[in-house]
Design a protein around this ligand. Sequence first.
Ligand SMILES: Cc1cc2nc3c(=O)[nH]c(=O)nc-3n(C[C@H](O)[C@H](O)[C@H](O)COP(=O)(O)OP(=O)(O)OC[C@H]3O[C@@H](n4cnc5c(N)ncnc54)[C@H](O)[C@@H]3O)c2cc1C
Length: 410
Amino acid sequence: MTPSLRFDGVIAGGGAAGFFAAITAAEAGAQVAILEKSSHVLSKVRISGGGRCNVTHDCPQARDLVTRYPRGGRALTGLFSRFGPAETIEWFARRGVRLHTESDGRLFPSTNRSETVIECLQSAARSAGVRLFTDHRVDRLHRAEGNTWSIETNRGVFSAPSVLLATGGCRMEGHPATSCGHRLNPPVPSLFTFHIEAPWVRGLSGLTVADAALAVAGVSLRERGPLLFTHQGVSGPVVLRLSAWGARSLHGQNYHFPLEVNWLPESHPQASLEQFLAKRHSAGGKSIRNDRPAVLPQRLWECLLELAGIPPDTRWARLARSDAQRLAQACHRTALQVQGKSMNKEEFVTCGGIPLDEVDLKTMESRIAPGLFFAGEALDIDGITGGFNFQAAWATGWHAGTAIAQRSLK
Ligand SMILES: Cc1cc2nc3c(=O)[nH]c(=O)nc-3n(C[C@H](O)[C@H](O)[C@H](O)COP(=O)(O)OP(=O)(O)OC[C@H]3O[C@@H](n4cnc5c(N)ncnc54)[C@H](O)[C@@H]3O)c2cc1C
């Protein structure tokens, strides 16, 4: 058992948000402890971005950045204008970690190793005097005398005037915040891939389409971008984004829903139809199989011909108007049935957690229980894939750490 210990701030959770908050508070002069329930800290940072850690995203304007958060949105504008990607880049640079930007805007350490980020956070915490207690699970919080929190763990009791819950994606049962009067928006997964059983889809596993537009009927969900066929269905940035924006509604449908795909989002269906009809004269002798729209991969084009019921060796000259209509329909409105989901290996998060209207977003302090703070995925904030989730962890951790230090100096 750890003997009863007192700090200026106790931080539950040794993840990205907890470390950032602890370092910020300790560098500003507060005595801080991190209590981590497992034997390892920063486990998600280690596996993040396929082992490379996508630290943030090149998105300098807070008003643009907030559009990447299905949960959070405009409420985060002030938070990110005080600590946005530029501040993240500078924070790591000051501690010797250079980040590089990839063509899609994602930033990674120049070593391309998440270990670099972990070493930086651990060494900054050590230098600032942060005390780390692994295998310490925070079970309960309650108010003790003199505006102090009593923090009960499986290994003893800690006390501090400020306590931060940076415990990551939540479970509904036994959450320490609910006993302090907070609600929890129920957790559901975000950033997942779609299962589609149609054999032609699975047969295209490994193929990418640079630009596809997806829509889910009935819930006004639409996204456009690169799509990847997998051995279970579809994935890629457009699918992950759709899954993030639809995390709650798709959960409500138990991940069984109709999906419509437009493989030629740059052109209008009527224009495609006219183009196919015109080819009956301009390219009448060519086999349709060998005359695909340039943006469509050959194997997908052959599948679309099959879906439209057109034998691939048909010449354009033999294409009936009804065939051309079915082909335009297949290119612009392929109907698929999603029958389940898988978590994306590169990045996934929990939608849900502490509602933002219960937190002061300038300090991350509870509006219900003074001296209680929140940061990271414990809050009902989550972003699309691309470094936005760590950006939220750094920003909320920094704000909470700053406020905890200021409180300790009062
Ligand atoms: C596979 C994967 C890859 C990812 N890649 C990226 C990426 O490249 N870029 C990006 O932006 N985001 C990525 N994410 C999302 C990102 O990792 C999270 O959003 C981020 O880690 C959240 O940080 P956090 O500190 O809030 O929570 P966590 O990292 O989950 O840390 C919470 C910590 O609290 C501990 N804890 C929980 N309950 C208690 C308790 N009661 N007492 C004490 N300790 C407790 C947990 O053990 C954990 O160590 C990825 C996620 C996954 C799963």
